[in-house]
Design a protein around this ligand. Sequence first.
Ligand SMILES: Cc1cc2nc3c(=O)[nH]c(=O)nc-3n(C[C@H](O)[C@H](O)[C@H](O)COP(=O)(O)OP(=O)(O)OC[C@H]3O[C@@H](n4cnc5c(N)ncnc54)[C@H](O)[C@@H]3O)c2cc1C
Length: 248
Amino acid sequence: MARNPLAGAFAKYVMEARVTDAEPVTASMRRIRLATDAPIAFPYRPGQHIRVQLNDPLSLHGIMRPADTLRTYTIWDLAPDRRALELRAHLYDGDGIGLRWAREAAPGDAVTFWWPQGDFFTSDDAPFHLFAGDETAAAAFGPMLRALGRDARVLGVLESESAEHDLPMPGPHELRRAHRHGAPAASSKTLLSAVAGLELPGNGGAAYVAGEARTCRLIRDFLVRERNWPRKSIKVKPFWTPGKRGLH
Ligand SMILES: Cc1cc2nc3c(=O)[nH]c(=O)nc-3n(C[C@H](O)[C@H](O)[C@H](O)COP(=O)(O)OP(=O)(O)OC[C@H]3O[C@@H](n4cnc5c(N)ncnc54)[C@H](O)[C@@H]3O)c2cc1C
């Protein structure tokens, strides 16, 4: 078979893996564990993500339809021997290629993924840490919370559809839960009013806001306008939004 001439140039950013476990952890979330062929040598900070290759972006199909190639998932856990990683994948009501992969992934499946990227990780020196987001954001907040020391001051809200959709989070830090019960996750008033109800210890902390893009904007604007937060203290990472495919 003819080799893709572009593939060599990108090979160092790509890893091959196999699914070893895939099972539900909530009513709409699956745990997917990938074991890699070689030790994972890339630099990594908890909160960073990989991009799962569902169609080769360097193929003709991929070049013609770049939005149908890679899908982004945060590394929930990296094995200490760096030969496996886990993801938490949200099964929403829809039909995206990422959703199909997340729903159908089964032990033995081959998976190609691109190295972790992103600056969505916790600040080292903030006096307190504020988290706000939906089910997809919870998949990123888990590893970020785990990375904070036991003594870190942490608060925030995790929104989901209802209690059976609450992703269990690693201790010891507790975040408040808020449930939509059928209300929209986009431009979510549920999350906004839960954040507005928090007693914040001032505006000097670091905030991490992720999930649906318009909800992220609402929360950031609330913190800036109503709580006087400096914009630069708020890390915002939109994970998905109606009408757009494959945010990264
Ligand atoms: C940095 C980053 C990290 C992420 N980490 C995670 C993670 O760890 N776990 C995880 O589950 N997701 C994560 N996401 C979100 C995930 O990448 C998207 O949900 C994924 O793109 C879905 O792919 P898709 O092909 O099914 O839908 P897409 O083609 O991306 O989107 C098509 C449409 O489907 C709908 N849609 C997509 N995702 C959702 C959703 N979650 N809820 C409701 N409707 C949706 C929207 O209407 C969207 O317009 C992350 C995203 C980013 C950018």
